[in-house]
Design a protein around this ligand. Structure first.
Ligand SMILES: C[S@@+](CC[C@H](N)C(=O)[O-])C[C@H]1O[C@@H](n2cnc3c(N)ncnc32)[C@H](O)[C@@H]1O
Length: 218
């Protein structure tokens, strides 16, 4: 298994791995593999859009040297668990508004000291801004209609100047008839108007047909 340019992320062939912070324990049924005496967890790009972005080619610096992060839309913690593996000494705040998803997230955080879950609505960052403070990276995956505006509000509230961001933009759903290109263009405009610089735009095909990843700098 080889190191990658992203902190704490390893690669073998086309597969990505992180070192399991809780050896012997799976989070979402993923494969465990021991390499040179260290247990790794396979990071499934069909289950985690961040793994898909890394495989599609994310900026080298994106996941490096992170000490603090704000993650919006933690769900059950699939992606969050890999960030917890990859950044053992970082503080990762995880916002999730659904009580049903929050329960497993809380159980995950009890086993992983670098995760701080918050039962909150990402549309109201003023409710958690004081707890979170300023972070180096903002990650959002909430699949809401006003997703770019939510990202801008959270960046204003919590992202350090020069900080990095990843917006997993939902561009397709069964009820949405608007072309994906128009949704991406509008999101980019909202981010730019909000004072953020869009650094990359990446389709997540073939892993997700519904999302485009935008990376930004504050
Ligand atoms: C696609 S899932 C996230 C998957 C997760 N990021 C992963 O990769 O493991 C979207 C999550 O966002 C949450 N969500 C939607 N709107 C939200 C909001 N306004 N504030 C916080 N969480 C929200 C949903 O409850 C759901 O759990």
């Amino acid at each position: 298994m080889e190191r990658t340019s992203w902190d704490g992320v390893y690669r073998e062939g086309r597969d990505l791995y992180t070192v399991n912070a809780t050896p012997g324990i799976r989070v979402y049924g993923e494969t465990l593999r021991v390499d040179r005496g260290v247990e790794h967890r396979l990071w499934d790009p069909f289950r985690s859009k961040l793994a898909a972005l890394l495989l599609r080619g994310a900026p080298d610096r994106l996941l490096s040297g992170v000490r603090s992060a704000l993650y919006l839309g933690g769900a059950h913690g699939t992606t969050v668990s890999h960030l917890s593996d990859a950044w053992p000494s970082a503080t990762i705040f995880v916002v999730e508004k659904s009580p049903t998803s929050f329960a497993p997230l809380l159980a995950l955080a009890r086993r992983r000291g670098n995760l701080l879950p918050l039962l909150a609505d990402a549309q109201l960052p003023e409710r958690y801004q004081a707890d979170v403070g300023t972070v180096e990276i903002l990650y959002q995956d909430v699949a809401q209609r006003n997703q770019a505006a939510i990202f801008v509000e959270n960046a204003r509230a919590c992202l350090a100047s020069g900080g990095r961001g990843v917006l997993m933009l939902k561009v397709r759903s069964v009820t949405q008839r608007r072309p994906a290109a128009a949704i991406v263009r509008e999101a980019r405009e909202t981010l730019t108007r909000g004072g953020l610089t869009v650094r990359s735009e990446t389709s997540l095909l073939p892993f997700s047909r519904e999302h485009v990843a935008l990376t930004v700098e504050a």
